[in-house]
Design a binder for this molecule. Structure first.
Ligand SMILES: NC(=O)c1ccc[n+]([C@@H]2O[C@H](COP(=O)([O-])OP(=O)(O)OC[C@H]3O[C@@H](n4cnc5c(N)ncnc54)[C@H](O)[C@@H]3O)[C@@H](O)[C@H]2O)c1
Ligand SMILES: [Zn+2]
Ligand SMILES: [Zn+2]
Length: 368
């Protein structure tokens, strides 16, 4: 069948909307008709080349939609089911899946090739095979994806909001709740209030943080952070460090979470320096893969017994946490609707990314 999709032909180009040929689902796969896709910064890293992938590639990894067909051997998902795609597939059997770290499933090795678990591709343009970002490709009207990449959700959930729970929401929320292990009374500093960071604010609030210091150079983001539960909003890392020590009697923050768009050594240093003895710095954001973006003072690391750690999908388990966060939303305890600043048609995707760059959206969402 045919589908219209946004393709990145090579790094440095813009998204191009093209008609592609899409294969029907093989064994263990499902055909999804997307209702919506969030525009995450990680897809923009395909454009800049910071995340080197197999080009050309269909973008998008934060989608929700309705299943139209299932391949052989798929017994627990049926046509008509509403689903959210997890940007990380979970096989359920590898060492990581079977020890409570589904986010680290070995299938993740294929994310940037964008092929299906059997190593082959479902999108085609003439003789050319195309992968989908994170083995998905949610910047397409339809995609054939692995059953391991979809989570069935309740039919009454709005798909244009649920889409965000495929990446930005659990990544941010889990970075505070799981990776930073925020405790009641904690002081947390969050660097970068975009689609991910705003959910770190929500996570820190859920976990009972007393002080949530949001850092972002963009005033709109600081205003939003305060609406979502931050107690302080500052424009620079230097100011955040000063504030963290001021409000903790000189002790420092319990944790710092880095959710900026492009990670560099300066923001890591600020985050690391804002934390106390035994404090934790969590790195969520990505940067140029070829660079060593993390540089810290090793003696301070040792003598203050600090922790510096990475966080993928907020250290969450996609099959549990996507449904868990949606249940919080249904119970009125999670702000999802408020995350969507503006919606776009697929044809306006480049405008959406320009708006991201201009800092005017918490999250822009493509609605099909
Ligand atoms: N680890 C994971 O599992 C995972 C998942 C999704 C996204 N990501 C990455 O997380 C990062 C954030 O994604 P997003 O979609 O929220 O991006 P975004 O562009 O929506 O938000 C980034 C924010 O950081 C702010 N910022 C930039 N430099 C800053 C600085 N020095 N100090 C403070 N704020 C600064 C920007 O103004 C912006 O508001 C990206 O690098 C993305 O690729 C990682
Ligand atoms: Zn993402
Ligand atoms: Zn696995």
């Amino acid at each position: 069948m045919k589908t219209r999709a946004a393709v990145m032909w090579e790094a440095g180009k813009h998204w191009e909307i093209v008609e592609l040929e899409l294969d029907p689902p093989k064994a263990g796969e499902v055909l999804v008709k997307f209702a919506a896709s969030g525009m995450c910064r990680s897809d923009d890293h395909l454009r800049t080349g910071d995340l080197p992938s197999r080009y050309p590639i269909v973008g998008g990894h934060e989608g929700a939609g309705i299943v139209e067909a299932v391949g052989e051997g798929v017994f627990d998902i049926a046509p008509g089911d509403h689903i959210v795609c997890s940007f990380l597939p979970t096989c359920g059997k590898c060492r990581w899946c079977s020890t409570g770290h589904q986010n680290l499933c070995d299938l993740g090795a294929l994310l940037l090739d964008g092929c299906l678990p059997d190593g082959t591709f479902r999108f085609h343009s003439g003789e050319q095979d195309l992968g989908g970002m994170c083995m998905l490709g949610t910047f397409s009207e339809r995609a054939t994806v692995s059953r391991n990449s979809v989570v069935k959700i309740d039919d009454d959930l709005p798909l244009d909001k649920a889409a965000l729970v495929g990446c930005g929401v659990p990544t941010g929320w889990g970075s505070a709740v799981y990776s930073a292990d925020v405790r009641p009374g904690d002081t947390v500093v969050i660097f970068g209030i975009g689609g991910v960071g705003i959910n770190a604010v929500q996570g820190a609030k859920h976990a009972g943080a007393r002080d949530i210091i949001a850092v972002d150079p963009v005033e709109f983001k600081r205003t939003k952070a305060l609406e979502f539960g931050a107690t302080h909003a500052l424009a620079t890392g230097e100011d955040a460090i000063m504030r963290a020590y001021e409000i903790t009697n000189g002790v420092g923050a319990d944790s710092a979470i880095v959710t900026v768009d492009v990670v560099d050594s300066a923001v890591i240093e600020h985050a690391f320096n804002s934390t106390r003895k035994l404090g934790t710095t969590v790195v969520v954001g990505l940067g140029p893969m070829a660079d060593n973006t993390v540089q810290i003072n090793g003696d301070i690391l040792t003598l203050y017994q600090k922790t510096l750690k990475g966080s993928l999908f907020g250290s969450s388990n996609p099959m549990h946490d996507i449904k868990n966060i949606l249940s919080l939303y249904k119970a009125g305890q999670y702000k999802l609707d408020e995350l969507v600043t503006k919606t776009y048609s697929l044809d306006d995707i480049n405008q959406g990314y320009e708006d991201m760059e201009a800092g005017v959206n918490l999250r822009g969402v493509i609605v099909y």
